[in-house]
Structures are given as structure tokens and as C-alpha cells.
Ligand binder design. Structure first.
Ligand code: HEM
Length: 121
């Protein structure tokens, strides 16, 4: 049980780090800041997000819950998919309006992910 709790805290820490990185990169890109182009700043989110996914899947396995039976987990996964798509569009879009649109959409979706995780509707 203590190990599951530890994994859950790791998962929450990775989730907060992932969201902070996204906001920083997004703002950096908007401001055309030099740090947003540094290679480790571009690579680190992929590593953090992979660990976030892995820890989430491990939690689901340890809790013995499946998205097919647990609706909040299914909704959470759908929102995560939307967050990934909107987030990558926000980073790749060439014009500022689409960048802002997809950036704000991605933040709204990931906010929904956190709500779903905490409230478990
Ligand atoms: C953007 C990605 C993600 C974010 C922001 C996120 C966020 C969170 C947060 C904040 C919690 C703690 C909820 C609480 O206080 O009880 C949590 C728990 C959890 N997450 Fe995630 N998560 C993400 C991805 C995933 C993925 C991909 C899975 C599974 C495939 C997953 C499965 C779980 C499970 C099983 C729990 C434990 C719920 C419980 O303790 O009852 N998460 N997540």
C-alpha cells in the first residue's frame, strides 16, 4: 500500500512537472525566447510525459481498474488524447492565433484531466 501511495505521489509530481513544462515552452515560444529552442528543453517533456503515462498505467494495473469499466478513467484518457493533440498543434502552429487557440485548448483539456483524476466522476 505504501508503495502504491509513493507511485501516486510520483504520478502527481510528474503531472505537475509536465503541465509546468508545457506552459513554460508555450510562453517561451510565444515570446520567441531562446531557451525554447534549446534541445534538452524540447526533449525533456517527451521523457516526462512517457514516465507520466507509465506511472498512470502502473497505477491502473495496481488498482485493478480498466477504462472499460471505470468511466472516469476512460474520460481521463480521452481528455489526455485531446491534450496531446492540441498541445502538439500549439507547439507546431506557424501563426500566432492558432498557437494561442490550441495552447488555451490544451490547458483547458489538461485542467479537465486533473479534475477528472481528483473528482473521479
Ligand atoms: C496528462 C496526464 C495525466 C495527468 C495530468 C494526471 C493527473 C492525475 C492526478 C492529479 C491524480 C491524483 C488524483 C487524486 O488526488 O486522487 C492522478 C491519479 C491517477 N491517475 Fe493520472 N494523470 C495523467 C495520466 C494518467 C494516465 C495515462 C493514467 C492511466 C492510464 C492515469 C491513471 C491514474 C490513476 C489510476 C490514478 C489513481 C487514482 C486514485 O488514487 O484513486 N493517469 N492522476
Amino acid at each position: 500500500m505504501a508503495n502504491i501511495l509513493l507511485l501516486k505521489y510520483l504520478h502527481i509530481t510528474l503531472a505537475l512537472t509536465s503541465i509546468s513544462f508545457f506552459v513554460l515552452r508555450f510562453l517561451g515560444r510565444q515570446a520567441e525566447a531562446q531557451f525554447a529552442r534549446i534541445s534538452w528543453v524540447r526533449v525533456a517533456p517527451h521523457l516526462i510525459d512517457s514516465l507520466l503515462l507509465l506511472s498512470g498505467i502502473s497505477l491502473a494495473v495496481l488498482y485493478r481498474i480498466s477504462p472499460l469499466q471505470t468511466h472516469w478513467l476512460l474520460f481521463k484518457l480521452i481528455l489526455i488524447l485531446g491534450y496531446i493533440v492540441a498541445g502538439s498543434r500549439a507547439m507546431k502552429a506557424e501563426d500566432a492565433r492558432s498557437r494561442v487557440f490550441f495552447g488555451v485548448l490544451a490547458l483547458g483539456l489538461v485542467g479537465g484531466v486533473v479534475l477528472m483524476a481528483v473528482a473521479k466522476y
